[in-house]
Design a protein around this ligand. Structure first.
Ligand code: SR1
Ligand code: MG
Length: 416
């Protein structure tokens, strides 16, 4: 949907007050009258406008698609991304009610999405950069991914329902294109969207691009991203898509929702933990990073396999949706299930590496390294992160476990 074809207009603060006033269930949630509402722009991501709205009784968060990329208005873009985010929330909120936010309203003309606002939460990336240690976030995200993916897959639901949903998200082509270009393609050849500020990274970039094993791994992961619709993915599960406090974790920003390989969501999250680790010079950064990756892996595998073990046939499936890979015994994981989980974890490692690389040399960098004051030190840490990701891709499929792939991050000096 293009701007101009509808009543679309980009809302300013007065327009937001008027819109909210006309939505009785939202106005009631805010309380008082429109003149008492505080509307503050908090746009932080690359794509959309975001406003927090608070009244005497409560708050909501409003997000509106723009007909372009917010951080680059010359990059034109259709408006439909908030439609996919609203759809994603409606599909996964019942599966993970305490781990995301509820869609309260979607306006198909203005492409406005309204969700409950969170209080006392911070963007997890910013919190990590400020030095917090919130050990529950990684297992919470693992629970989120396990429940949201299992519950939208044919392991849980009749294929007819899953295929209908696949058809809907198959239309989210603009954002799948962005991920394909920015994560899977651009970093591996010269492209004007790539950038890095220090020529001392040129050598490692050349090494990554010249390596045949890396090219094979990237080609395989790219193909799986396009041809392996295992489950409904969040599609952009980096640490900026998580709001957290010490006691509560919420996944936001599901506009990149598509069907794809489950390990993609896992890898986005883990890749961003690794980026933080390379930017964090504190003595126990490595220990915390490896702890969080292992906790993520353990909770994800436990939760997914528990859901699988508990799943029951639906009326549509005479053999049950879980007839494939039936366990050999009450407690044993069948070889088929073990192989499935191993495949997801292999994907995790590969997509984590690709996320690390694209966040350092591609179009959309992250703020993690900005806290390092000295430019030469920033380059050193970025180079170390790139070399680490290079190794993950070169050896992709040959790591015995997630611990084997990431355990080295616990050592004190990664730059040498
Ligand atoms: C043009 S969009 C760039 C990046 O921002 C989003 O958060 C996604 O990560 C995307 O790759
Ligand atoms: Mg986002």
């Amino acid at each position: 949907m293009k701007a101009g074809a509808t009543q679309y207009r980009t809302l300013d603060i007065a327009g937001i007050r008027a819109l909210l006033s006309g939505l009785p269930h939202i106005a009631a949630r805010l309380g008082g009258t429109a003149t008492q509402w505080r509307v503050v722009e908090v746009s932080d991501g690359n794509l959309n406008n975001v406003f927090l709205n608070h009244g005497p009784a409560g708050g909501v968060c409003l997000k509106q698609s723009l007909p372009y990329v917010r951080v680059d208005p010359s990059w034109k873009m259709p408006l439909d991304r908030t439609f996919y985010e609203a759809s994603y929330l409606r599909d996964v909120f019942p599966l993970v009610p305490g781990l995301t936010t509820q869609c309260l309203h979607f306006d198909p003309d203005l492409f406005v999405l309204i969700v409950e606002s969170l209080s006392g939460h911070q963007v997890y990336r910013h919190a990590l950069m400020a030095g917090v240690d919130w050990p529950r976030v990684a297992p919470d995200i693992a629970t989120f991914v396990a429940r949201a993916t299992f519950g939208t897959s044919v392991l849980c639901e009749p294929f007819e329902r899953v295929f209908d949903r696949q058809a809907l998200y198959a239309r989210n082509q603009t954002l799948r294109r962005i991920t394909l270009d920015l994560v899977m393609d651009d970093p591996y050849h010269d492209h004007p969207r790539n950038h890095w500020d220090d020529p001392r990274l040129n050598a490692v970039v050349a090494d990554i691009r010249a390596c045949a094993a890396v090219r094979r791994a990237v080609d395989g992961l790219r193909l799986r991203f396009l041809t392996c619709p295992q489950a409904l993915l969040h599609g952009d599960l980096h640490t900026g898509s998580i709001m957290a406090s010490a006691t509560d974790t919420r996944v936001i920003d599901g506009e990149f929702a598509i069907y794809g390989p489950i390990g993609f969501d896992c890898g986005m999250f883990v890749g961003n933990l690794v980026l933080r680790r390379f930017a964090d010079l504190s003595p126990d950064a490595g220990r915390r990073c490896v702890r969080d990756i292992i906790r993520f892996r353990d909770r994800f595998v436990d939760e997914f396999t528990r859901l699988w073990a508990d799943a029951r046939p639906t009326p549509s499936d005479t053999r049950g949706p879980c007839a494939f890979f039936t366990p050999d015994g009450a407690t044993a994981m069948s070889p088929g299930r073990v192989a499935f989980m191993d495949g997801v974890l292999d994907d995790l490692v590969g997509y984590a590496a690709m996320e690390i690389i694209r966040r350092i040399i591609g179009y959309a960098h992250t703020a993690d390294f900005d806290v390092i004051a000295r430019p030469d030190e920033r380059t050193t840490r970025r180079e170390a992160a790139l070399r680490f990701a290079f190794g993950l891709l070169r050896d992709h499929g040959r790591h015995d476990s997630v611990a084997a792939a990431f355990g080295g991050l616990a050592q004190d000096n990664l730059s040498s």
